[in-house]
Ligand binder design. Sequence first.
Ligand code: F6P
Length: 372
Amino acid sequence: MPTDRVSASGITRIGVLTGGGDCPGLNAVIRAVTKDALFHGMEVFGIEDGFLGLIEDRIRPLTNDDVSNILGVGGTILGSSNKANPQKFAVGKNTDGTPVWRDMTDVCMTHLQIHGIQALVVIGGDGTMSAAKPFADRGINCIGVPKTIDNDLWGTDITFGFQTAVAVATDALDRVHTTAASHHRVMVVEVMGRNAGWISLHAGVASGSDVILIPEIPFDLDVVCDFCLKRNQRGKRFSIICASEGAKPKGGKQIIERYDPTSPDPIRLGGIGKWLANEVEQRTEIESRYVVLGHVQRGGTPVPGDRILATLLGDHAMRMLHTGKRNRLVVMQGGILGDVEITAAADKQRLVPLDDPLIEAARSVYTCFGDQ
Ligand code: F6P
């Protein structure tokens, strides 16, 4: 039991929400926050579907029972939305089909006041933190907890959800390995990550993929094809290519799968796997197939590392609240829990540095990044 803490903050009611795309470990944070708050005599309100629930006043009290048995459950018991930004919320469509935007900040403030919520724990990415800022400016203490499978949040070394996504992708790559070897094929596995190559780099290395393509290193298709052909000549009659959805050829562009104008982050990447498999097959005459892992990487049971990280971050968020710290984003830097200003990560991305030791280690075992 957390006996060493007394909430000196004077806060008696908090709200908790999960915003943006879901990821494994969200429930572990909700559990840590709720149990700690209840222990300290606070009331906790769960806001459904991220800021959408705040806009629509879908806010319900959370009890210990609500958060019991959810540590190892994927997704979020509160639901999430990656479209509801209270400052710019689509309330309908113009005649030309473009969204009609409205600022719903005052509506949300009214709902917070009705429920007597003095502080918010917002679990999300940089978009969720930016969306929390106007509430912080109006006196609601907003404490952010970073999440994303992409691991691309600026200011923190690792986000929960990432380790699970890497485990899922690694398992898929391992499975593809045996079928590729049996059929002497090139198999392309497209993984998520937006503009950051963390999932591809880590899963690629963990699975011993032959080629790893990440957005940070634009690839030369000739180099990739030549590499696969040379493997064939050496008697390795198959190749595994692990490609980030954001990977792009030198001088080329990322492939966009869809565009959603009602989302604060409207671009959805996807399609590089299919494109690559076709190109490689045409150029090398080696039969090629592709697999798009997609949301499988985001769903299901969080690995222990994500449960632990999520619990640590949730606990630290509550420590912020108890000690009266205001409007902070909980971070992990160099293995140490800390905090930065809540919008410090806004509009920034933590991409894979080109001198990342894992890139060097992969090159040392002859992994091709498509650039040389
Ligand atoms: O940010 C997490 C993420 O899964 C990205 O890796 C991916 O590009 C995107 O979200 C997919 O978004 P959606 O769930 O809206 O399709």
